[in-house]
Design a protein around this ligand. Sequence first.
Ligand code: PGA
Length: 261
Amino acid sequence: MEVIIKSDKAEASKLGAKIIARLIRQNNKAVLGLATGSTPLQLYKQLVRMHQEEGLSFKDVTTFNLDEYVGLESDNPCSFYSEMHNNLFCHIDMAKGATHLPDGMAENIPDSCAAYEAAIAAAGGIDLQLLGIGHDGHLAFNEPGSSLASRTRLKTLSQKTIKANSRFFGSEDKVPRHVMTMGLSTIMAARQCILLAFGMDKAEAVRDMIEGPVSASCPGSILQFHERTIVLLDPEAASKLRRKQYYLDVYASKPAWQLWD
Ligand code: PGA
């Protein structure tokens, strides 16, 4: 993992957006894996700005989101479909049908999950997967204990995640208990990953992911086996890392050709 600690969330989000923009400029048919939640919002704002001010075009880009709640219509304001539409898709020039999310209203969930995996494969696989991490170390909605070899499937949310996500729903009992999520193996198949984490409340999960043992107890730790993962942090999220100074030294000493910004 390449661990980059920026001065704040805004700078880390800018760098994440630059990496994605560079990929799209190199390959206008890039396949992006996208994430929801609070973490990527500033990065999405940067992509929208680059589209409006710098001519960054998404017209041949394809996207696959990590997850969706089961039982929420796509037009429900709490669905990840709505979140993606409002925060990114409605502001950029993506082609109709090029954005994909798991279908939380599918009648046959296992078939729908298998079709999602097949659609990713048919698109040529994911070039770059954007990720956040949960307080309990989850990646997408792969809660602790998830199979490290998992593929897209139904999962039950942990109490910790229900509590964390209740801020979007108004109360814990309104949060759906079930979700459809890409599996850890699906995420690991992406050719590159960028994981963002901000704030003190993510510091333990970040430490366990980067410096703990690889374990289903911290699903994010599977990324230690990924060949090309960049972790973008603010100083608070990085505060519990034992090798923090080393990561800072590595970034400060990078040869110019290796720098992202
Ligand atoms: P957050 O969620 O970005 O809202 O903190 C991240 C996650 O649960 O993976």
